[in-house]
Design a protein around this ligand. Structure first.
Ligand SMILES: [Zn+2]
Length: 337
């Protein structure tokens, strides 16, 4: 009897130890992960989907859009409140005004997460056909992370943010050449969010710019309404594969929106848009969906090995990837009813 009891005790202890190990291995719940969660499967058979495109038939200028990405990176790092961000604001303001858009700055001040000093944040609002009351929002963040914290060699080195920062901006700069001429029922606003990742520690807050924008939209008296929102983030990876993002498939409205974008890609033969969920990402679309109640989809390629490292540079992006995303967005806009 005694020995049997001992074995039962040993069994219970072993099971207990296994349960502890399991708890340690299971990923943290999503809300404890500041920006992203979910696995990054690197299934090579799924990723080699590069589409051959007859570029003479595509209205997007792939060298021009890639040139914009390089031009933004040449400004240097662009964290909130930095001289690089100031230079970027000046560049974008001139770019979009020259193309005929109305440009507004939406500024607000936050406390620096490390020393509490005031930091001025600026969302850039770029309006096409501002008189139209039914509107579509295309957005991206344009600040870059202060440090490449995931860099295996120098996590306090220089972070350029070619894909994570400049790629969405470059696509919008290219689309600016087409928006004035488009015959749409809707007005279109491009919004560039500041403070997406003004983050120095795990506990620092993300999405400062999009949250400010969403609150302002929800609380202000206005004559227009956003029907749809599309967020572009990390869309320049030379090895592009854009899966659907789980938070963008939560409600009937966002599912409809997400599927309409992927259907546009399929119609064009851009197979880099893979029509199934690949990851769950916390990003600027959450405040838009939850605070502003604008059905918003995150178009993001989260399988990017250089994410938050010093290797996130223009050479890891490609003209073709940027141009394919710009093309899908342009054709999606043309078909909007
Ligand atoms: Zn980032």
């Amino acid at each position: 009897m005694a020995s049997r009891q001992t074995w039962i005790l040993v069994g219970v202890l072993v099971l207990g130890a296994l349960a502890l190990v399991a708890v340690a291995v299971v990923p943290l719940p999503q809300e404890n992960v500041p920006r992203v969660s979910g696995q990054s499967p690197r299934d090579a058979s799924l990723r080699r989907r590069t589409t051959k495109v007859d570029w003479s038939q595509v209205p997007i200028d792939r060298q021009r859009v890639y040139g914009y990405l390089k031009q933004i990176c040449a400004l240097g790092p662009r964290p909130s409140g930095s001289p690089g961000m100031q230079r970027q604001i000046a560049l974008l303001q001139a770019h979009f005004q020259n193309l005929g858009a109305q440009v507004q700055q939406q500024s607000f001040v936050v406390r620096h997460p490390l020393d509490g000093t005031p930091v001025r944040m600026t969302n850039l609002l770029i309006r096409w056909h501002p008189e139209r009351s039914s509107r579509v929002l295309l957005c991206a963040h344009y600040d870059t992370r202060p440090y490449p914290d995931r860099d295996p060699v120098d996590p306090r080195g220089t972070f350029l943010g070619a894909n994570d920062g400049a790629s969405g901006v470059a696509v919008l700069m290219e689309l600016g050449h087409h928006l004035g001429k488009l015959k749409l029922r809707h007005g279109v606003d491009f919004v560039l969010f500041d403070g997406e990742e003004f983050v120095f520690r795990e506990t620092d807050r993300y999405f400062l710019g999009s949250e400010h924008f969403a609150r302002h939209y929800a609380q202000s008296r206005r004559k227009y309404r956003y029907r749809w929102g599309v967020l572009l983030d990390m869309v320049g990876d030379a090895d592009l594969a854009i899966y659907q993002e789980a938070n963008s498939m939560r409600t009937a409205a966002t599912r409809r929106l997400t599927r309409s974008i992927w259907n546009t890609a399929r119609r064009l033969g851009v197979r880099e848009f893979v029509p199934r969920i690949g990851y769950e990402v916390r990003d600027d679309h959450l405040p838009l969906n939850e605070i502003a109640r604008i059905p918003t989809c995150d178009v993001i390629d989260f399988h990017y090995p250089y994410w938050h490292t010093r290797q996130d540079v223009p050479e890891k992006c490609s003209p073709e990837s940027l141009a394919k995303v710009a093309w899908v967005m342009l054709e999606w806009l043309k078909r909007l009813r």
